[in-house]
Design a protein around this ligand. Structure first.
Ligand code: C5P
Length: 400
């Protein structure tokens, strides 16, 4: 089922009578799981108040391009980056013309230019305006640039005319928005993903671990499901809710994670090692809580198994993807690791940059495979995950 969990939908509302239906659209998008933020044009505010859409979306409504306060919070660039999808409903003939011309004369048109997110339009206008060759040409231009259209529908119009030009129903628009994130690229493929940190016990109440939030691995699992994969998520302890439709296996230590992965490996076509596996574990785990008897204590640690390496060097022909969190010479270190571990793909992550670090909702990575290098610019982890899954789909199809 198409859904919008973990997706940021930026809903643009322009000035047509159908704007009243945008209120219901906010609800429909939320019901599919989306986080919704609204940008309104001046015209839209003549038909429906920002307050209505603010109350429904639970987020401030953005209306002005040149607004000091807005720029200090979510300015046009932040909005553009935040969006996983820019959905404009209703999209009036004037807005469609401005988008087609590449204008940036208000907040909505500027965000449309500044975002790398897919654009979906739900046109709404009088049937004669829809038929006009100028509108047809503008729609063709935007479609050629990759914009997706939903509607318009035919029927009676607010102006009394009957014909094509009514905004499509909100439930249909929301469904179309969700389908943007679905592909059949990995249909039927079995994907296993490790995520989160591992916990290496010292005694019954203490452990060694790290700051991994699991967000990237969980986003990858959601993207794999969207691409049609039968998805297993092997996760260390995190506070996230597993995405729908994944087989979820919770583990604590690196050894448990390895055992789970090896057990399931015969039924796995693609393995993505996104977990921040602890490199070492205490040599001994005390049965009782360790007492603070001395001023100093020494911990002896032993190396943990390398899970991704074990998968890559197993007898099974699994396409294996690793993640390399680096602080310097990111690509060079990642390349070296990819070769040493025998991986098919490596995703290199600069963790020295706080904007894309462990707990951030955003990421920017360089993906290495064969002799190629692909940079994925700063975007939400959901969007980066979708792009990585797309690249994996592309590469594994080549190998089939
Ligand atoms: O060697 P390094 O930890 O930097 O490599 C990162 C990659 O190796 C990640 O894909 C991580 O999930 C995997 N890894 C692993 N088992 C380990 C250490 C790292 O699977 N013990």
């Amino acid at each position: 089922m198409a859904h919008l969990f973990n997706r940021n939908v930026l809903l643009g509302v322009s000035g047509g009578i159908a704007a009243y239906k945008s209120a219901e659209l906010v609800r429909e998008l939320q019901e599919l799981g989306a986080n919704v933020c609204v940008v309104m044009t001046r015209g839209a505010q003549e038909f429906i108040t920002p307050l209505t859409l603010q109350a429904l979306s639970g987020n401030p409504v953005h209306t002005e391009l040149l607004d000091e306060n807005a720029e200090m919070g979510m300015g046009h660039i932040e909005l553009a980056r935040w969006a996983d999808l820019l959905l404009i409903a209703p999209a009036t003939a004037d807005l469609i013309a401005r988008l087609s011309a590449g204008r940036a004369d208000d907040l909505l048109s500027t965000v449309a230019l500044a975002t790398a997110a897919p654009l979906m339009l739900a046109p709404a206008m009088n049937q004669q305006m829809w038929k006009d060759p100028a509108t047809t040409a503008n729609i063709d231009t935007l479609s050629l640039r990759g914009a997706r259209m939903v509607g318009p529908a035919a029927g009676p119009q607010a102006c009394g005319d009957i014909g094509l030009g009514r905004m499509e129903e909100p439930s249909i628009i929301a469904g179309a928005a969700a389908s943007v994130f679905q592909s059949s690229q990995l249909a039927g493929k079995r994907v296993m993903i490790t995520a989160g940190p591992t916990r290496e016990a010292l005694d019954p109440v203490r452990y060694i671990s790290n700051n991994s939030s699991g967000k990237m691995g969980y986003a990858l699992a959601a993207a794999a499901v969207d691409a049609g994969a039968i998805t297993t998520l092997v996760s260390g302890p995190v506070t996230l809710t597993p995405p729908d439709h994944v087989q979820f296996l919770s583990v604590q230590s690196a050894q448990q994670m390895l055992e789970q992965c090896i057990e399931l490996l015969p039924e796995c076509d693609i393995f993505i090692g996104c977990a921040a596996v602890a490199d070492y574990r205490p040599t001994e785990v005390a049965n009782q809580k360790i007492k603070k008897a001395h001023d100093e204590m020494t911990l002896q640690l032993v190396r943990n198994p390398d899970i991704v390496l074990a998968v890559a060097s197993s007898q099974y022909p699994t396409y294996t993807v690793g993640f390399a969190a680096e602080t310097n010479n990111v690509v060079a270190h990642a390349k070296e690791k990819m070769q040493r571990k025998g991986l098919d793909m490596m995703v290199a992550n600069d963790v020295a940059n706080e904007a894309i670090g462990f707990n951030s909702d955003n990421n920017a990575v360089t993906v290495l495979y064969r002799d190629e290098e692909n940079t994925l610019e700063l975007a939400s982890k959901a969007s980066i995950a979708q792009q990585i899954i797309h690249l994996i789909g592309h590469q594994t199809r080549k190998n089939d």
